[in-house]
Every structure is written in structure tokens, then in C-alpha cells.
Design a protein around this ligand. Structure first.
Ligand SMILES: [Zn+2]
Ligand SMILES: [Zn+2]
Ligand SMILES: [Zn+2]
Length: 128
């Protein structure tokens, strides 16, 4: 019999694999739909939270309030400070990580623990 641990590792690997193949970010629902096996939302969120803690993934909150996840690309220790821009397309609703970065200002007396940059518009695929 397969142990619970093996199944969890398998699910984690599947999530990692799905995120590594996508060109855009994915919501928990998108990931569930892309999974070859049946997984519930709680499990997916648990996996994503864990990945986020370890610095494997980061997320951006879209216009609809949903979290969109993407694999992290050499984030380093201060993993929660992501200075790259995310673009949300009003047409296809895709949220993508953009290579463009923003300078994070030093806010006198404030401690920045997390940053999210979202830009909304029409993507190059939807622009006619
Ligand atoms: Zn990160
Ligand atoms: Zn689009
Ligand atoms: Zn990103």
C-alpha cells in the first residue's frame, strides 16, 4: 500500500510540474483542473502555502481578489519581496510575470514584509 507521505510527495511534484510548464500564473482552481488526479482545494492550498514558505512559489492577488501562483526564479532569502511586475489582461484574464522590475522604496519607519505589483490592461495576444 502506498503511504500517505508518498501520495503527498506525488501531489507536490505534480503541482510543481504544472507550474513549471505554464507561461502564465495559475489560480488554485486552474491547478486543480490541470491535475491528472483528483485533488481537493484544501490540499492544493496547503501545497501552495508550503511552496510559498520555502520560496518555491510566489503569488499575486488579481483584480478579482484571487491569488495567482507562479514558480519563483532565484528569489533568494527575502523571497516575499518580489520586485517584478505582474500583468493582468482584461480580455483573456491571464496574469503573467513580467521581467520588468520596480525599485522598492525605503519607507521611513516602516518595515516592508511583502510586495505585490499588478498592472492591468490588454496583453499582446489580445491586442488586435
Ligand atoms: Zn519568490
Ligand atoms: Zn489577453
Ligand atoms: Zn511573478
Amino acid at each position: 500500500m502506498e503511504s500517505k507521505k508518498t501520495r503527498n510527495t506525488e501531489k507536490q511534484n505534480l503541482v510543481r510540474n504544472i507550474l513549471s510548464k505554464t507561461e502564465h500564473t495559475m489560480s488554485a482552481e486552474d491547478i486543480i483542473h490541470a491535475m491528472p488526479i483528483k485533488v481537493n482545494k484544501t490540499t492544493i492550498y496547503r501545497i501552495l502555502d508550503r511552496f510559498a514558505e520555502k520560496g518555491e512559489v510566489h503569488f499575486i492577488t488579481g483584480k478579482n481578489g484571487k491569488a495567482y501562483y507562479a514558480l519563483c526564479d532565484n528569489c533568494g532569502v527575502s523571497h516575499k519581496i518580489h520586485n517584478h511586475i505582474h500583468f493582468e489582461c482584461q480580455e483573456c484574464k491571464e496574469v503573467t510575470c513580467q521581467p520588468n522590475t520596480l525599485h522598492i522604496p525605503n519607507l521611513e519607519g516602516f518595515t516592508i514584509q511583502e510586495t505585490q505589483f499588478l498592472v492591468i490592461g490588454i496583453c499582446n495576444k489580445c491586442k488586435k
